[in-house]
Every structure is written in structure tokens, then in C-alpha cells.
Ligand binder design. Structure first.
Ligand code: YYY
Ligand code: MG
Length: 148
């Protein structure tokens, strides 16, 4: 089953949005297979966002993502990578539609509440970067018969 890496960023944690955001993915029918509250080191932040290292906002991005605890998660389900991105909304909350997480809870691009992997390759890379294999829990859910 497809998996993605989602992370509630420091602003989302500080604003008490963990429960609200987790609830959206649960209600959708996706399955939580790993989660932890953690601090991101500068090294992990730079590796995670390596694709942006030449961008003008890189330093600010690393400083923001390391500024407080984040809530890192792995979610599973059919099409979860693409659907989670849709549920998050566009990168800039000003362009994100109401009803999406960034559209409902964010205002500025520098504090856009949530991260989500954007492809199968980045999902695999980011899950491995943040979680050990034994931290991910594979378990059947009988309710899946009513979702799929
Ligand atoms: O994947 P996503 O988070 O939607 O956007 P990316 O283009 O990968 O950028 C990562 C991260 O960088 C974004 O969530 C906010 C920040 N950022 C920024 O501060 N200013 C920009 N102009 C673009 C992105
Ligand atoms: Mg991205």
C-alpha cells in the first residue's frame, strides 16, 4: 500500500493544530502507520530540504523548521501521496483554496503549517530520513472493507 511522509510544522504545533490535522486524514480513510513529536536538527533540515539549497528562502526555511518541535507522520492508503497534497492545498496559503489545510489555517508561505511528500520518490526518501523501519507499524483495519 502507498505511503507518504507528512509533517506538521512548528507553527502548526504551536497553534494546537495537531489534532485538527490528524483528524482530517483519519476521516478521509487513510491509516496512520507512524508518528512522533520531535525536534529537527539543522543537519536533518538541510538534508530534508536539499532540493531548495540554492533558493533565496533556504536559510529562513531551515531556521523556521528547526525553531520548535514538529509532528512527523507516515500515512498509508491508495493514492495517499497525491491526495494528501490536494488536502494540504497550494504551497502559498494565499493561493490555497478554502477547505484545504493551508487554505484554512495559513496566511504566509513562510509559515504554511504542513509538509507533505510530492512524489513516490520523495515519499520513500523522506520516510527513510525521519523514521526507522521498526517505528512504522503495519496493522490491518477491518474498517478498510468499508473504504475500499
Ligand atoms: O512542497 P511544498 O512545501 O508545497 O513547497 P516547496 O516548493 O517544496 O517549498 C518548500 C517550503 O519552502 C514551502 O513549504 C515553504 C517554503 N517556501 C518559501 O518560504 N518561499 C517560497 N517562495 C517557496 C517555498
Ligand atoms: Mg516540497
Amino acid at each position: 500500500m502507498e505511503r507518504t511522509f507528512l509533517m506538521i510544522k512548528p507553527d502548526g504545533v504551536q497553534r494546537n493544530l495537531i489534532g485538527e490535522i490528524v483528524a482530517r486524514f483519519e476521516r478521509k480513510g487513510f491509516q496512520l502507520v507512524g508518528a512522533k513529536l520531535m525536534r529537527i536538527s539543522k543537519e536533518l533540515a538541510e538534508t530534508h530540504y536539499a532540493e531548495h539549497k540554492e533558493r533565496p528562502f533556504f536559510r529562513e526555511l531551515v531556521s523556521y523548521i528547526t525553531s520548535g518541535p514538529v509532528f512527523a507522520m507516515v500515512w498509508q492508503g491508495e493514492g495517499v501521496i497525491e491526495t494528501a497534497r490536494q488536502m494540504m492545498g497550494k504551497t502559498n496559503p494565499k493561493e490555497a483554496l478554502p477547505g484545504t489545510i493551508r487554505g484554512d489555517y495559513g496566511i504566509s508561505v513562510g509559515k504554511n503549517v504542513i509538509h507533505g511528500s510530492d512524489s513516490p520518490e520523495s515519499a520513500e526518501r523522506e520516510i527513510a530520513l525521519f523514521f526507522k523501519e521498526e517505528e512504522l507499524v503495519d496493522y490491518p483495519k477491518t474498517i478498510d472493507a468499508w473504504i475500499y
